[in-house]
Design a protein. Structure first.
Length: 169
């Protein structure tokens, strides 16, 4: 799905008789047009996440949706990193790099809308499975305690027996 302005631009129906501009320019025109109209689209997370290939790549940074497709080849950090952050909130990844001011200014070109925050899946936190107190564990514990007590006694007994045996000889 694309924004209204983008739909018009990417539809190929340029009725002025001129050939359509390259896709990167079309995205910029679309972004500009929707900016001017003051209407940025609100996208659902699933929709944004579905644009996850080199030729169609959308990312989410700080609640905003960026179509970085025309930027894939130009990104100094490479296209793999951009692809790797599709389908998630890339804010931390973006900030961790420490992008420059000029990088941040560049972002406006690719801004196509906002993300509907309520559609972002909640982060799953790892919950350590509760240990169910089972009889098996209790039994193992008891056996270890018994062995801890018995083994030294057995060793002592054995030593004593050997001593008695060698003495009597
Ligand atoms: C629209 C979004 C983005 C734009 C416009 C952008 C732009 C840039 C620019 C201009 C640079 C050169 C260094 C600088 O000026 O800071 C850069 C480097 C880099 N970017 Fe991005 N970037 C974007 C998103 C991301 C994301 C989401 C990641 C994910 C981790 C990322 C990872 C990197 C990496 C690894 C470098 C190389 C840093 C280095 O070699 O020092 N970028 N980016």
């Amino acid at each position: 799905m694309v924004g209204t302005a983008e739909r018009t631009a990417s539809g190929g129906s340029y009725n002025c008789g001129l050939p359509a501009p390259p896709i990167s320019e079309r995205v910029q025109i679309a972004a500009l047009a929707s900016d001017m109209a003051g209407e940025k689209k609100v996208f659902g997370f699933e929709e944004v996440a579905s644009h996850n290939v080199t030729k169609d790549c959308w990312i989410i940074i700080a609640g905003k949706v960026y179509d970085v497709t025309p930027f894939m080849d130009e990104h100094p950090g490479g296209d793999e990193v951009l692809l790797a952050v599709t389908g998630k909130d890339a804010t931390n990844d973006f900030e961790d790099i420490g992008h420059s001011e000029s990088a941040r200014e560049m972002m406006d070109k690719y801004h196509i809308g906002e993300i509907d925050a309520s559609t972002i899946p909640v982060k799953r936190t790892h919950v350590t499975p509760q240990q169910v107190p089972g009889n098996q564990d209790k039994g193992a514990d008891a056996l270890i305690k018994i062995l801890q007590f018995l083994v030294p006694i057995l060793i002592l007994g054995l030593a004593f027996a050997i001593r008695q045996y060698t003495k009597s000889e």
